[in-house]
Design a binder for this molecule. Structure first.
Ligand code: BGP
Length: 462
C-alpha cells in the first residue's frame, strides 16, 4: 500500500558551511562559520594562516556536487535542501554589488539539480552570515542588517527565481537563544534584551523576504524553519504541565510571529516581566504581517520539563538542556530517540497553524564502520528512519498536510554541534576523518538502497 501522497517531496538536506568547503574560493568572504572551528557552541577565534577548520574543505561539495547529485538521483530524490552561503553572494554583506562568481556557482548547482529532476529547496541563511557584518555592525542587533539581508534575498530571488520554487528563510531561527553567535552573530554572554532585539530584526527580515518572494516570484513558496524541540512534562503534576507549556512556547513563538504576524500575548508578558523592551516600529508591525506559506522544521528528539528545581539539577540535559525522558533510548551522542514525538509534533504544528508542513531535517548521527568489502551495514540508521517515517505516515492518516521529508545529511558532512566528520548521518559515506584525512571518496551504505526503495514505493516498503 502506498503510504505517501503522489507529489510528496522526498529527499535530503545539507547546508553550505557543512558541505561545500572552498571557503576562500570564488570570491567568497569569511563567514561566521569560518571562525567557529569547534562548532556552533564553540569559541569564536581570530583566524591565523594554517589554522585547521574541518569546514574549510568539508566534503568538498563545491567541486564534487555533480557526482553527489548523481548518487542522490540514483536514490530517486525529488528534492535537495541546501543553503546559499550569503558570503559567496555578498562577501562582506553590506556591498551594493553582488559577487558574480558566487551567483554563477549556485546557478551551475541548480542547473545540475534540474538535469536530474531534483527540485532545489533553498535556505537563505543556514547557521552563517558574512563575518564583516559582525565586525562592523555587531550582528543582528543592528537594524541595518534587515536591509542588507533584504538586498541579498532579492538578489537571489531575482537570479534563481526560474530555478527555485521552494525557499526557507532562517535555519532553526529559534536556535539563536541557545547559540547566539551562530544565530544572530552575537557573543554568547549578550543580554537577553540585546538578543531578543536581534531576533526581532531577524523576524522582520524573514517577513520581508516573504513579502519580496511573493511579489517577485508568484509561483514560488516560502517557509520558515524551526528547530522542533518538543518538550513533554516529566510528570502530570500541573506545575510540570505549565513548565512544559512555557518551554514549548520559547520556540513556538517564532512560528506564531511568522504565521500570525505579531507577538503572542504570552511573549508580551514574558518581555514585561523580564523588563525587555523591544524597539518595534510601525513599519515592522506592518512587515510582520507577511505570513509564510508553509512551516518547515527539524526533528531529532524530544525532551522533558519539570518545575522541580532539585530534579532539574539532578537530571542532565541534552544540547538544548531538555531533561531526558525515562521511557526513551538515546543515540550514542545522547540524543533521545522518539519516533512518536514526530507524529505528535506534526499534529501539534498543524493544529496550531493549519499550514502545510515540511520535515526538512531528521536523522541519526552515528559512527559508521566501513567493512573490508567497502560496505557500511548501518541497520541502526535504517531502523531510526524507518520508525520515524512510519510516524509521518500516521500523521498523514491523522489528516496532517505534509509536503515532504528531507533527511538530514543524506551524504555524510561536518556535524554542526561537534564540527567532526565522525558523527555521520548519510546514506552516502564520505571518506574523511575528524583530522581531515581521507580520500573524500563516496560509498553507498546499506541505507542508500533502503531509502531508494522507500522513495520508489512511496513508502510502501516501510
Ligand atoms: C540541526 C542543524 C544542522 C545539523 C543538525 C544535526 O540543528 O540545522 O545544521 O547539523 O542539526 O546536528 P549535528 O550536526 O550537531 O549532529
Amino acid at each position: 500500500m502506498q503510504r505517501f501522497p503522489e507529489h510528496f517531496l522526498w529527499g535530503g538536506a545539507i547546508a553550505a558551511n557543512q558541505a561545500e568547503g572552498a571557503y576562500q574560493l570564488g570570491g567568497k568572504g569569511l563567514s561566521t562559520s569560518d571562525v567557529q572551528p569547534q562548532g556552533i557552541f564553540g569559541p569564536v577565534i581570530q583566524r591565523q594562516d594554517g589554522d585547521f577548520n574541518i569546514k574549510d574543505v568539508a566534503i568538498d561539495f563545491y567541486h564534487r556536487y555533480p557526482e553527489d547529485l548523481a548518487l542522490m538521483a540514483e536514490m530517486g530524490f525529488r528534492c535537495l535542501r541546501t543553503s546559499i552561503a550569503w558570503s559567496r553572494i555578498f562577501p562582506e554583506g553590506d556591498e551594493t554589488e553582488a559577487n558574480e562568481e558566487g551567483l554563477a556557482f549556485y546557478e551551475r548547482l541548480f542547473d545540475a539539480m534540474a538535469s536530474h529532476g531534483i527540485e532545489p529547496v533553498i535556505t537563505l541563511s543556514h547557521y552563517e552570515m558574512p563575518l564583516a557584518l559582525v565586525q562592523r555592525y555587531g550582528g543582528w542587533q543592528d537594524r541595518r542588517l534587515i536591509s542588507f539581508f533584504g538586498r541579498y534575498a532579492r538578489t537571489v530571488f531575482q537570479r534563481f527565481g526560474r530555478r527555485v520554487k521552494y525557499w526557507l528563510t532562517f535555519n532553526e531561527i529559534n536556535m539563536s537563544l541557545h547559540a547566539p553567535f551562530t544565530g544572530v552573530g552575537m557573543a554568547a554572554n549578550s543580554s537577553p534584551q540585546a538578543i531578543y532585539q536581534a531576533i526581532h530584526h531577524q523576524l522582520v527580515a524573514s517577513a520581508r523576504a516573504v513579502r519580496d518572494c511573493h511579489a517577485m516570484l508568484p509561483h514560488a513558496q516560502i517557509g520558515n524553519m524551526l528547530l522542533g524541540g518538543i518538550v513533554y512534562p516529566l510528570s502530570c503534576h500541573p506545575d510540570d504541565m505549565l513548565e512544559a507549556l512555557r518551554q514549548n512556547r520559547q520556540w513556538l513563538f517564532f512560528g506564531d510571529v511568522q504565521v500570525h504576524g505579531r507577538y503572542p500575548g504570552y511573549m508580551e508578558r514574558f518581555f514585561r516581566e523580564q523588563q525587555i523592551q523591544l524597539e518595534i516600529s510601525p513599519q515592522d508591525r506592518e512587515d510582520l504581517q507577511h505570513a509564510v506559506d508553509f512551516i518547515s522544521f527539524s526533528y531529532y528528539m524530544s525532551g522533558c520539563a519539570t518545575a522541580d528545581p532539585a530534579l532539574q539539577q539532578r537530571l542532565r540535559g541534552n544540547i538544548l538542556d531538555l531533561l531526558p525522558n525515562p521511557h526513551l533510548p538515546s543515540s550514542e551522542w545522547g540524543w533521545q530517540i522518539d519516533p512518536q514525538g514526530l507524529r505528535y509534533l506534526l499534529n501539534l504544528l498543524y493544529d496550531r497553524y493549519r499550514k502545510p508542513l515540511f520535515i526538512v531535517e531528521n536523522g541519526l548521527g552515528a559512527r559508521d564502520v566501513v567493512a573490508e568489502d567497502g560496505s557500511v551495514q548501518d541497520d541502526y540508521r535504517i531502523r531510526y528512519l524507518n520508525d520515524h517515517l512510519l510516524q509521518v505516515a500516521e500523521a498523514l492518516q491523522d489528516g496532517v498536510e505534509v509536503m515532504g521529508y528531507t533527511s538530514w545529511g543524506p551524504i555524510d558532512l561536518v556535524s554542526a554541534s561537534k564540527a567532526q566528520m565522525s558523527k555521520r548521518y548519510g546514506f552516502i559515506y564520505v571518506d574523511r576523518d575528524d583530522d581531515g584525512q581521507g580520500s573524500l571518496e563516496r560509498l553507498r551504505k546499506k541505507s542508500f538502497f533502503w531509502y531508494r526503495d522507500v522513495i520508489a514505493s512511496q513508502g510502501a516498503s516501510l
